[in-house]
Design a protein around this ligand. Structure first.
Ligand code: PLP
Length: 357
């Protein structure tokens, strides 16, 4: 992918926190890099982006996003590849998803060009924060929120688009225990499930907390109407290998269109795997366990790439999956995806945005 040059003004911090950061012990989200990117939307247009030292901001207690939830975000990653170049993974796909979220929440669109230029600028400004140990990355958090101070219910006129970043260590995902959720709903069709808006996450905390108290790591959401079909798992899309085929719920307005999901579905044929995107019923999964036709289940998401699933609890019964072998589909997909991002395998799909060393 061609690299854009950026001319975004950078006010550098006078006191870097790099030396206070324990790169050998990077708890996810704990450390924020030295700078942040800020752009205001005022007078019906995005103003000039600027990069300033990361720090607290002044805001009004009447700021509309606090009250009515106009707030959306993205979660993505940058790496140092095998040549020492910086690689930002699939910024176009994240840009498209951000714009879908913005449209659903009546918030102004951000051009792909501005999105990629601002990512380029902030990652370049804080490139010393990109960890280089195996499996690590710089987590990128672009977000947009209503900034206008006003207590009346309305679509805001003033928004902020910001990007903050956080060094993330290798993600060792131990196999997870999921509970098929039939009492609570994350999203209904026609709602905001496909948008990465803040409220979706706030609403998911309570059922997830209940599931944790019952010994599960997360919930497996089902459709809002009948609780018959599987949607997604916590903050990951879900995939199954049944009868040797990769099966995943098809996208609806209730599911997030995961970038990792899309990447794995694209790579599957290269790994000799047939793909089915369709409705997947809880009953089908139960029968696949009973007949022994299910060999793998995993979550797909930016944080871990793939998270092996150990157990799926259906109507109070634990159904267990075998341990994940090196030749499993999920392991091969994870390795291939990581190799593409690190420049070890050819990036034939044009997913990497490279900032040369
Ligand atoms: C609700 C939800 N589903 C799925 C995903 C996986 O999406 P992605 O692969 O783009 O990280 C995420 C993570 O962002 C999520 O929050």
């Amino acid at each position: 992918m061609t690299t854009l040059t950026t001319s975004i003004a950078v006010e550098r911090t006078k006191k870097s926190r790099l030396k206070e950061t324990d790169f050998n012990n990077l708890e996810f989200g704990k450390y924020i890099s030295d700078h942040m990117l800020v752009v205001d939307y005022l007078n019906n247009k995005w103003q000039e982006p600027k990069i300033v030292p990361f720090g607290d901001m002044m805001m009004s207690p009447a700021m509309l996003s606090l009250h009515y939830g106009q707030s959306v975000f993205e979660g993505m990653k940058a790496f140092k590849n095998s040549k020492g170049d910086i690689c930002i993974f699939r910024p176009q796909k994240h840009s498209a998803r951000l714009n879908k979220s913005l449209a659903r929440m009546c918030m102004p669109q951000i051009s792909e060009e501005m999105f990629i230029q601002t990512l380029h600028a902030i990652v370049e400004a804080d490139q010393d924060w990109i960890p280089t140990s195996e499996g690590s990355s710089l987590y990128l958090r672009p977000f947009v929120f209503a900034f206008e101070p006003r207590i009346g219910v309305k679509v805001a006129d003033h928004f902020k688009f910001m990007i903050i970043t956080s060094p993330a260590g290798a993600y060792f995902s131990k196999p997870v225990r999921l509970k098929v959720e039939v009492d609570y709903v994350r999203a209904a069709e026609g709602g905001t499930g496909f948008a990465k808006c803040a409220g979706n996450y706030g609403g998911a905390f309570y059922p997830t907390q209940l599931a944790r108290e019952q010994g599960f790591d997360s919930v497996l959401w089902t459709d809002a109407k009948e609780h018959k079909y599987i949607d997604e798992a916590g903050v990951m899309n879900i995939m199954f290998v049944i009868n040797g085929k990769l099966i995943t719920p098809k996208l609806t307005t209730a599911l997030l269109d995961g970038v990792t999901r899309d990447s794995i579905l694209t790579l599957a044929p290269d790994l000799g795997m047939e793909v089915e995107e369709r409705r997947v019923s809880v009953q089908e999964i139960k029968e696949a366990f009973e007949k022994g036709t299910i060999s793998e289940a995993f979550g797909a998401g930016t944080a871990a790439v793939v998270s092996p699933i150990a157990t799926i609890n259906i109507q109070g019964t634990d159904y267990n999956l075998p341990a994940v072998g090196a030749d499993s589909f999920q392991q091969r997909a994870k390795t291939k995806l990581n190799n593409i991002r690190l420049g070890i395998e050819a990036d034939v799909h044009g997913w990497n945005y490279i900032i040369p060393a």
